[in-house]
Write a protein that binds this ligand. Sequence first.
Ligand code: 5AD
Ligand code: SF4
Length: 459
Amino acid sequence: MHTPFTNLTFCIRTFGCQMNKHDSERIAGMLEGMGALQVDAIEDADVVAFMTCCVREAADTRLYGQVASLKNVPLRAGTPLSKRIVAVGGCIGQRDGEKLVDELKHLDVVFGTHNLGSLPRLLEAALEEGSHQVEVLDAASSFPTELPTAREHEWAAWLPITIGCNNFCSYCIVPYVRGREKSRPLEDIVAEAERYVAAGVKEITLLGQNVNSYGRDLYGSPRFAQVLDALDQTGIERLRFATSHPKDLNDEVVGRFATLRSLMPALHLPVQSGSDAVLAAMNRRYTRDHYRALVAKLRDAVPDIALSTDIIVGFPGETAKDFEDTYRLVDEVGYHQVFTFIYSKREGTPAASMDDDTPREVIQQRFDRLVDLVQQRAFEANQRDLGSTVDVLVEGASKRDERLLAGKSPKNQTVHAPAPAGVRAEDLAGSTVRVRVDEAKTWYLAGEIVDGPDAADGR
Ligand code: 5AD
Ligand code: SF4
């Protein structure tokens, strides 16, 4: 079939969260399905699509800069086009719409978070008519119908189970650009998972802004534990999910960590702050003690569970004492990983109008102290695995050294080990090896293979 995209090349630049990365896989799937070829470098691409993020100001500024600088990139040799086609979608597309084409005159297509599936049509119109195409919808009427995916790895898949967010944390722009929470019917989720398992996928990561409230809109009450049960039944080797809101993580789900074969012993549970006053101002709707009780329950279920979190430093009005509460909580929990962010004011959110008079240097000092603690605790957490043997799902060759394989432990730690003699590390992607841990650093473990690789079936 010949389409306007046959023989065109495209590349996608993705900012932000896993949902965006997944949306990029869907775009790639659609464009490949229409005969276009994906390339890595912008120089080689006839069509460039940006999947954007506006959660913090830095990503916002970078996007405008990157799109502007595209003007200076020459067209590839042999392109059938007289001009490179540039599209911006995702959260900034949703928020800024027409404003983007007003500021960036060479931009051809703007789309939002609710109409990914319209991108081929918008690109086609831009190609044929040579005019700007801007389409941003207010909301998705239901969970979007399935679009094809071109996955980054054959052996891993992201699977969205909800889109949007109803929580309105006071600092966060996401509910405004991703809309209200919509759950995907359980049968659709299971059918997609079964297709992945049949195709040899080893690991599925369920996605949603708050997976714990899955099903509230469809079934009247959350049914996330039932999603986990159904996915476990598909025979998937490894199951993970992101993200969880502490106010909605219930005992049923906590219990599943102990009972479900496939559910990996790692959980990302963003706390944002350890101060009750700040948590209230953030509209998080839980307290420090509630969070600590959750951690205790999780460790009762799986003593060795690896916890990770997100923390915002410098929320408006954060006092020295508030920060100490956060510092102590991080110290106490002993996370494997903490994503630390300096508060970024987002117009249109309630926090944007709160008094914010803490000096920048003070916030930076708090941030630096916290990062030191995070690294120390991460190092200690990994040290506890010295001498143990872990199952590693191989991702490919290590970026440090191509003779080393790199993969993930059940607790989601990066693990390196020399590939067996005569085997290229990159050829082991998707298989599982057992590694004895001889070295434990802050951000990775290293050791020797003691068993495997298993047959990388389905490949
Ligand atoms: N400023 C700083 N960090 C933010 N996050 C969300 N909004 C903001 C903001 N305005 C962080 C939160 C969230 C993560 C994805 O991004 O910690 O969990
Ligand atoms: Fe943003 Fe809060 Fe929703 Fe997460 S739960 S996306 S932080 S509003």
